[in-house]
Design a protein around this ligand. Sequence first.
Ligand SMILES: Nc1nc2c(ncn2[C@@H]2O[C@H](COP(=O)(O)OP(=O)(O)O)[C@@H](O)[C@H]2O)c(=O)[nH]1
Ligand SMILES: [Mg+2]
Length: 301
Amino acid sequence: MTDPVVPADFRCGFAALVGRPNVGKSTLLNALVGQKLSIVTPRPQTTRHRVLGLVNLPEAQIAFVDTPGLHHHGSRALNHAMNRTAAAAAVDADLVLFVVEALRFTDEDELALARAAQSGRPVIALVNKVDQVGDKSRLLPFIAQLAERHAFVDVLPLSALKPADTPRLMALIVRHLPVSPPLFPVEQLTDRDERFRIAEVIREKLTLELNQEVPYGIAVEIEGVGEEDGQKVIAAVIWVDRSGQKPIVIGPGGARLKRVGSSARRELNALLGQRLHLTLWVKVREDWADSAQALRQLGLE
Ligand SMILES: Nc1nc2c(ncn2[C@@H]2O[C@H](COP(=O)(O)OP(=O)(O)O)[C@@H](O)[C@H]2O)c(=O)[nH]1
Ligand SMILES: [Mg+2]
């Protein structure tokens, strides 16, 4: 078989989703790719890694890059690492998609926009969550004010929850990508492997279950993946950074950990197309989020 002929004006490049935490970057990535690649929760700082999502169009290949939300950080090594990851993704991209929430512009949005601008890349502003705005006429002054903050190549209001909004965004992005043949095979969806996706689904269910109780102190590590009687057997460790958090994660009589396990298993069964046996262990590693060594081990550096 010969390779399909790539048109001479085919475009391909990286578009980085950048913004403060919780504006909907990961929801947008998933909507654009049409698959849940990046975990989403109502809590800020859910995304900790750079996650690549590939979209193939007849005229272009877009490599979307989801990033951790840029935020004011204290002294924690984890927060430094997250901000570094996001800023580096913007610099490495061909185009930055700066995401804000409609009618809100906070100090952290300002910080995120400064990073986006510093990248020196063209920036499109995406005004997300417009479904939450009842009176749409209020968007116009917001967009006008936003446009004064930076020389955006475009400003687009949209809702990551509305699939009808994505084709327009893709068409806009393609215009700003360099002419290039595709950089990834068309069947590739992401650069993240199965272990990463499994660990992230578990972390999402944990975050949803824990609410505010264990703020940012959890990490998930896959210890082993095996195969037994046609079932995938997975052992995962949930790291907490203080011993007092262990009973909170486990819950009374283990109830909470059980709920996390079964909702993760349900989603992973569908994701992997295979039945799954999942074992979760909770372990303490004091102050892992402050330790550069621990972050490296968890793939966060
Ligand atoms: N109403 C509404 N909620 C959204 C939209 N996009 C994202 N969200 C919600 O905003 C929260 C944060 O989303 P997430 O994608 O994790 O934000 P990120 O931190 O920027 O990656 C989640 O509860 C999402 O369901 C949207 O367009 N409309
Ligand atoms: Mg995110």
